[in-house]
Design a protein around this ligand. Structure first.
Ligand code: PEP
Ligand code: MN
Length: 407
């Protein structure tokens, strides 16, 4: 449970939650002492904005009717809060969000069908298993593709859409190898303003044609509000990239989108920051969110990033959201993508995002980490074997043969 004090429990700075004023053998500061916060990880953590009192959850009885659930939601909204109904296998939970503080005790407890009203002890709630025990499965009607079910979601394609021929050549190969999702950047968040920035809407149109021809679902990144409007129109899944994981206004906009969102982990984000970023999206009403581990910055310099596979079971323990792994950005090196893909599936990831290019040496971005199509074929063969060991499958999307234009 959350404690008094700054909300970080136990907190080494204000002392809340520590016994006898001591924490880990160190004497804590007295409240009257000036507190100098240095730029240490600990001090940074102190600044994490942890909501304390307005974390509430209505747990409905197992046999509560839909009308009773609706009545509770209406009551919550009438009180000026937002209700998030989360049906589960045995019962429905309703998350309450809003900035007004705690709902007065007794207001909801007495309503028909309500089992109990509880405080959620974690700073995130809608993404938490406390609110929804069952895994979230994002489905795509009319296909076998899903993110979070027993089948693995395989996302593959070039880093960026460079032209129509390049995109179609790669799409044909990754589709044939079994990817259900095609990726390709239309808007590229590049470190240098002089690097290729993406083809913008033209790339979105090319990807829409690829969906039409191959049946794969399209995932592409939005980097700001303007591009999100267009990505929402053309794509099947909106990607929010590592560099925007804490762009809170973009996260809120994604939360109002009618398409699922793939949220990549920031390159220095803790697990809690990652989940809080997802919470922003859910809190606006979009519950179709998948996470993606893509490596974090460490002292290791043999890879572009350090792929943190341990975050997969850590996320799955705390959250119902699916999590994919991107070994391409996670390692930055082609020769490490397949081994890390095997490991990701073995550790329980719900899918992979892999960069593939038919001419990586000429790629306009991320060539060194892009697999040749033949290597992607081999990756899929190996991933299928590992998937079987951990009780997962790699479902076909349902459309295999190219569909003639206009059909
Ligand atoms: C990408 O997937 O194209 C990308 C830019 O990844 P990240 O945001 O993880 O760097
Ligand atoms: Mn890339």
């Amino acid at each position: 449970m959350l404690s008094r004090g700054c909300g970080f429990n136990p907190c080494s700075i204000c002392g809340a939650g520590a016994r006898n004023g001591k924490l880990g053998g160190r004497l804590l500061l007295q409240p009257s002492q000036p507190v100098e916060l240095r730029s240490t990880a600990e001090a940074d953590r102190h600044y994490i904005d942890r909501p304390r009192v307005n974390l509430m959850l209505v747990v409905m009885k197992a046999h509560a009717t839909e009308e009773q659930v609706r009545a509770v939601c209406q009551k919550i909204e009438a009180l000026g809060y937002r209700a998030h109904s989360m049906p589960g296998a045995t019962r429905t939970a309703i998350g309450i969000t809003g900035n007004k503080g705690e709902v007065e005790h007794g207001t909801l407890e007495e309503m028909p069908g309500v089992q109990e009203v509880i405080q959620v002890s974690k700073p995130y709630k809608l993404v938490s298993r406390d609110v929804k025990e069952d895994n979230t499965v994002i489905t795509f009607p009319g296909t076998n593709a899903a993110i979070g079910g027993p089948g693995l979601a395989i996302v593959a394609g070039p880093c960026a859409i460079e032209n129509r021929d390049q995109a179609f050549t790669v799409a044909e190969r990754v589709c044939r190898a079994g990817a259900q999702f095609f990726r390709g950047g239309a808007y590229k968040p590049r470190t240098s303003p002089y690097s290729f920035q993406g083809l913008g809407e033209e790339a979105l149109r090319i990807m829409a044609e690829i969906r039409q021809q191959f049946g794969m679902k399209i995932i592409t990144e939005a980097i700001d509000h303007e591009s999100l409007d267009l990505v929402e129109e053309y794509a099947d899944v909106i990607q929010i990239g590592a560099r925007n994981m804490q762009n809170f206004s973009l996260l809120k906009r994604a939360g109002r989108a009618r398409k699922p969102v793939l949220l990549k982990r920031g390159m220095s984000a803790t697990l809690e920051e990652f989940l809080m970023a997802a919470e922003y999206i859910l809190s606006e009403g979009n519950y179709n969110v998948a996470l993606c581990e893509r490596g974090v910055r460490t002292f290791a310099d043999h890879t572009r990033n350090t792929l943190d596979l341990s975050v997969v079971p850590a996320v799955q323990r705390l959250s119902h959201l699916p999590i994919l792994v991107d070994p391409s950005h996670g390692t930055g090196k082609r020769n490490k993508v397949t081994p890390l893909s095997r490991a990701a599936v073995a550790v329980g990831a719900d899918g992979l995002m892999v960069e593939v290019h038919h001419q990586p040496d000429q790629a306009l971005s991320d060539g060194p980490q892009s697999l040749f199509p033949d290597q992607f074929d081999e990756l899929m063969t190996q991933v299928r074997q590992i998937a079987a060991v951990v009780g997962r499958t790699v479902p076909a999307i349902g459309v295999r043969e190219p569909v003639a234009a206009g059909e």
